[in-house]
Design a binder for this molecule. Structure first.
Ligand code: NAP
Length: 336
């Protein structure tokens, strides 16, 4: 009798495994059709520096026409010249627009209308303009919370509003929101920054449900620490706790991060992550996020519990860093 139960259980497990394998193999069939960047018009906000500039280079290398958006005109012109070196045909154009993405929705609609008159309708919008600030919650001026929300969140809302109607009419397009690993997990010193990057995820999920029937795919990218001018600037004033916590992962190069983001956006993947930490965080935070492929869902179902277990060690180590820093600070205050 017992061997019959064992046999039935083994057959059940084999059936489940075969079913999962079949789903995994059929996964590419369920994924969106990749977007060709050859001749496509790609708009990159924050395209004059760091990750945004590398994304523009990557798209240009694949034959795209580029509109760069940022505020500082001389940095825009330098970036334009640098990107133009990577052209693969003599028709390609880099168009640069100086505007503050956070100021006014009407402004963004006006400049993106001009860009579309020059280079045609936007096929892919990359919302990369952003900034960060590191500091303890009570030490940060409340205006910093407003400023970060305006640039990192509202700047992405305004730019997206300026292109989404045309994308819907054309029934095609890609919209990328550059969040951060700090948009997946809140860490010491990032109360202002993390909130803006988590907000992008909520925006992206709701928007994806609205635009999917129009063949438009939204990607949220969660870069790790990346060696950019913005990162160097932030590092100058980084709190000791944040520094020690960040040391648990290495700093990536912007070109590598950009290649991953562009590849995932072209394929219509909802979440884009870099490296093992990024993969683990994306599985852990997948929750009710849109489904890009069956393979991804299966990976999440199988790995989530295990990753939650590993994550506990990270959380314990981060908590211990914060506690040690507090004790040390209190000791040195007493001796002063
Ligand atoms: N580097 C990292 O470690 C890291 C990690 C995770 C996520 N990220 C995110 O990735 C994005 C790019 O970061 P990065 O490190 O490459 O930064 P970066 O080197 O400082 O570049 C930021 C870009 O955004 C533009 N920008 C900033 N504020 C703007 C505004 N109000 N209007 C228009 N353009 C604006 C800047 O040009 P102007 O100043 O001339 O306007 C510049 O082109 C940001 O959203 C950041 O939060 C970065």
């Amino acid at each position: 009798m017992s061997w019959m139960v064992l046999l039935a259980a083994s057959a059940g497990i084999a059936l489940v495994v075969a079913f999962l394998l079949l789903l995994y193999l059929a996964s590419p069939l369920a994924s969106p059709k990749p977007l060709s960047l050859s001749g496509a018009h790609v708009v990159v906000t924050g395209g004059s520096s760091g990750i945004g500039k590398s994304i523009a280079v990557e798209c240009f290398k694949q034959g795209a026409f580029i509109t760069l958006i940022a505020r500082n005109e001389s940095r825009l012109l330098e970036a334009k010249k640098e990107i133009e070196k990577y052209s693969i045909n003599d028709k390609q154009v880099v168009h640069a627009i100086s505007v503050d993405v956070s100021k006014d929705c009407a402004d963004m609609e006006r400049v993106l209308k001009q860009a579309q008159e020059k280079l045609g309708p936007v096929d892919m919008l990359v919302n990369c303009a952003g900034t960060s600030v590191n500091g303890k919650f009570e030490d940060l001026e409340s205006s910093r919370f407003e400023q970060l929300m305006a640039i990192n969140y509202l700047g992405s809302v305004y730019s997206t509003r300026a292109v989404v109607a045309t994308m819907k009419e054309r029934r095609m397009g890609r919209i990328v929101f550059v969040s951060s690993q700090a948009g997946q997990v809140g860490l010491f010193g990032y109360s202002a920054y993390s909130a803006t990057k988590f907000a992008l995820r909520g925006l992206a999920e709701a928007l994806q449900m609205e635009v999917k029937p129009y063949n438009i795919y939204v990607t949220v990218a969660y870069p790790p620490d990346t060696d950019t001018p913005g990162f160097a600037e932030e590092s100058k004033t980084k709190l000791l706790e944040t520094k020690l916590i960040s040391e648990s992962s290495s700093v990536c190069q912007p070109d590598h991060v950009a290649r991953v983001i562009v590849k995932d956006a072209v394929q219509g993947k909802f979440s884009s992550s870099v490296g093992t930490d990024g993969y683990m965080l994306t599985i852990l935070t997948s929750g009710m996020s849109p489904i890009s492929s069956i393979a991804e869902v299966l990976e999440a179902v199988i790995l989530m519990g295990f990753f939650r277990f590993i994550g506990l060690f990270y959380i314990a180590s981060f908590d211990s860093i914060v506690h040690r820093c507090m004790v040390q600070k209190e000791k040195s205050e007493k001796t002063d």
